[in-house]
Ligand binder design. Structure first.
Ligand code: UDP
Length: 140
């Protein structure tokens, strides 16, 4: 097992409903450590860059509008197999398919407003962390 870091976003639907602590409780219960965290307002340009891989998809415009609609909380999570583990803690993209006890099952409103983002690979985790945190902001 490898100690990894992954990148997480608590999305606007969750920050709007004051669920940052409730989401963090599920993260910590799963054994992941929050080693960096800050609340920020994404710019449109930042949101478009972050979700650039989806720019041809029909939901891209809505997704960007949603991600800038309220502040978000960006985080670095550390733990054994953190990338895969956090994907499990989040649950399926569509909350209708998410397992009991996951963030998305508990809190998501829809496939778009689904409360959390987590990196899908170790390589993307490193790229995403670097978009939002400098090294000295991460304290393991
Ligand atoms: N999304 C959406 N409609 C869709 C699929 C995805 O609005 O049909 C949004 C949703 O917020 C999702 C994000 O786009 O979390 C990124 O999609 P991806 O397939 O990468 O899912 P994730 O990795 O977040 O589970």
């Amino acid at each position: 097992m490898a100690l990894e870091r992954t990148f997480s976003i608590i999305k606007p639907d969750a920050t709007r409903r004051n669920l940052t602590g409730a989401v963090n409780a599920l993260i910590e219960k799963a054994g992941l450590r929050i080693v960096a965290q800050k609340r920020i307002q994404l710019t449109r340009a930042q949101a478009e860059t972050f979700y650039g891989v989806h720019k041809e998809r029909p939901f891209f415009g809505e997704l960007v509008d949603f991600m800038i609609s309220e502040p978000i909380v960006v985080q670095v999570l550390e733990g054994e197999n953190a990338v895969a583990k956090y994907r499990e803690v989040m649950g399926a993209t569509n909350p209708a398919n998410a397992a009991e006890g996951t963030i998305r099952k508990e809190f998501a409103l829809s496939v778009g407003e689904n409360s959390a983002h987590g990196s899908d690979s170790l390589e993307n985790a490193q790229i995403e962390i670097a978009q939002f945190f400098s090294g000295n902001e991460i304290v393991g």
